[in-house]
Ligand binder design. Structure first.
Ligand code: PEP
Ligand code: MN
Length: 289
């Protein structure tokens, strides 16, 4: 079985470019996306995006519909979250990447999100994939908890076959037997996906490892192996994060990570994507001093 739309054609060397706001995935530049696991408050998001702007990061992540293992855990701010994300987008121009788990949530979120994340647990929610295909808007499709690479590509195919070419694949680790890491980061899958498909492929070291100290080394490895980007969970006070606290970086750690992955991007003939507005902001901020 081959995926008609997702497969890389013979002699097709280019990666498909997917634009989210002003950020291009799949170009020569490696993209960094960051933000908290869950949107918790306006103040939390504002602190996060202030750091993102100084780092030149153009896309912020943060869930308002959270797929939690237990129904008793925090499920996300839902409607209230839209207002926070709208304000953040209006005030900063940053693009919003956020998860939808159902067609109903997609309909609610359509004007609020710039890129719809499909979480691991919904990689084979086929009705959602078809509906996302009809929107034409960018989709960040995460690999299922135990999905084969073929299943992953066919999930993307559902979106592409509806006429939406804007799909970004995300390797976020797969289930294995050892609880010392949350998942096993399948870096070979990243290299293989780059062979098999023309779609941009990014890596989520946060969910792949579940452990703060492992985010930097796996981010460096992801870029070295050819990932088109990384998506990182970061929080102003990681220990107070309502979800995924153990894997959240502080904003200082995020800044360090950006500096420390840059030489790897350069070593593989790429550079880091930086939004110009961040530099303007930094410049005008310093000219007032
Ligand atoms: C997330 O991005 O917060 C998330 C729930 O990721 P995943 O679907 O990869 O577990
Ligand atoms: Mn998370």
């Amino acid at each position: 079985m081959t995926a008609k739309f997702a497969s890389r054609k013979e002699n097709q060397t280019e990666t498909t470019k997917v634009k989210v706001g002003n950020t291009v995935f799949g170009g020569s530049e490696v993209v960094i996306v960051a933000g908290p696991c869950a949107v918790e408050s306006y103040e939390q998001m504002q602190e996060v995006v202030t750091t993102l702007q100084t780092l030149g990061i153009g896309c912020v992540r943060g869930g308002i519909f959270k797929p939690r293992t237990s129904p008793y855990s925090f499920q996300g701010l839902n409607q209230e979250g839209f207002e926070i994300l709208d304000a953040i987008r209006r005030e900063t121009g940053l693009a919003i990447i956020s998860e939808v788990m159902s067609v109903e949530q997609l309909e609610q979120a359509i004007t609020h999100f710039d890129c719809f994340q499909v979480g691991s647990r919904n990689m084979q929610n086929f009705e959602l994939l078809k509906a996302l295909g009809k929107t034409g808007k960018p989709v960040l499709l995460k690999r299922g908890l135990a999905a084969t690479i073929e299943e992953f590509l066919f999930a993307a195919e559902y979106i592409l076959a509806e006429g939406n070419p804007n799909v970004i694949l995300c390797e976020r680790g797969i289930r294995s037997f050892d609880p010392m890491t949350r998942n096993v980061l399948d870096l070979a899958a990243v290299a293989l996906l780059k062979e098999l498909t023309h779609l941009p492929v990014i890596v989520d070291p946060s969910h792949a490892t579940g452990k703060r100290s492992l985010i930097l080394p796996t981010s460096r490895a992801a870029i070295a192996v050819g990932a088109d980007g990384i998506i990182i969970e970061a929080h102003p006070q990681p220990e107070r994060s309502v979800s995924d606290a153990a894997q959240a970086l502080s904003l200082t750690e995020l800044s360090t990570l950006v500096a420390q992955v840059e030489p790897i991007a350069l070593a593989v003939g790429r550079s880091l994507a930086r939004q110009a507005n961040a530099f303007n902001k930094t410049k005008s901020a310093s000219s007032h001093q």
